[in-house]
Design a protein around this ligand. Structure first.
Ligand SMILES: [Zn+2]
Length: 276
């Protein structure tokens, strides 16, 4: 039996990682999305095992809120976390499945796997796991001066996504403990980029904010129990990483879906910069 990617219960259904209403609205079914492991997958195949309750209650209520533009920051964070962890596990597990044919996407592997915190954060979508602060990330909202085409960009680590549809756009970082939204320079940049908004400005804000998170490696004390995580102090800067023009160009072409874009994973950045 497959397990639900949100609550780890038995999964009787499948959840579309990019919601059906968005796929219908922008005819995305047969379009391809690039995954950071350099494979592509059509939107209609982007599904992940999910239990009946999470699919039809928790997640569908979330979708209704996001679709109608009435979602709170906490709900937008949950929505982004669903997409991020859905894509992350899709990506990881495509590779995992090839090496471990007995396992399927959504299986809980073991307690000491490196995704423990990720899984807990995914559980918080369902309300089984509590975070303090809540949301455990930063949410930025944009209102465009005209309806825009659908645009989606997802970065794995630090985890963030930018999505635009209708006349709204969201930039959401999933696991920065909300630190970006407390940074004075990021707040100034947000105020600047959200005025008279064109989608390109939102993507520019996304790129700059992501680079800020990537470059400023921080450590923070937290207390984790099986049901909760709480931040115990302010993040402390450990090191500042270089990020050259070339890195930025590649990031930008990925975020904007430029046809010449090269997908660069964090691992590649890290190995190129001699980082562990
Ligand atoms: Zn579930």
């Amino acid at each position: 039996m497959k397990t639900c990617f949100v609550c780890s219960g038995p999964a009787e259904t499948e959840e579309h990682i990019i919601p059906k209403w968005l796929q219908r609205q922008y005819a995305l079914w047969d379009q391809k999305l690039s995954l950071p492991n350099r494979t592509t997958i059509t939107y209609k195949h982007l599904k992940i095992p999910c239990c009946f309750d999470c699919n039809n209650n928790v997640l569908s209520q979330l979708e209704t809120k996001v679709k109608s533009g009435t979602a709170t920051d906490e709900e937008l964070w949950k929505w982004a976390a669903k997409i991020h962890f859905g894509l992350l596990r899709k990506d990881d597990f495509l590779e995992w499945d090839r090496k471990n044919p007995g396992y399927k996407i959504g299986d809980v592997i073991k307690q000491d796997d490196p995704f423990e915190l990720d899984r807990h954060l995914a559980h918080s979508i369902h309300g089984e796991f509590e975070t303090d602060p809540s949301p455990w990330g930063s949410v930025f909202r944009f209102k465009f001066d005209r309806p825009v085409d659908y645009h989606f960009a997802h970065l794995i680590s630090p985890a963030g996504l930018a999505v635009a549809f209708g006349d709204v756009g969201y930039v959401i970082f999933v696991s920065d403990t909300g630190s970006l939204s407390r940074q004075p320079d990021v707040c100034r940049s947000y105020e600047f980029h959200r005025k008279d908004v064109h989608p390109g400005k939102m993507l520019n804000f996304f790129a700059n904010s992501w680079v800020h998170l990537f470059r400023h490696r921080v450590s923070y004390p937290f207390l984790m129990t099986p049901n909760s995580i709480a931040l115990l102090g302010s993040p402390k800067l450990i090191e500042t990483l270089p990020f050259g023009d070339d890195d930025y160009r590649q990031l930008w072409s990925y975020i904007t879906s430029n046809p010449d874009a090269k997908i660069v994973t964090t691992e590649e950045y890290q190995s190129r910069n001699g980082l562990p």
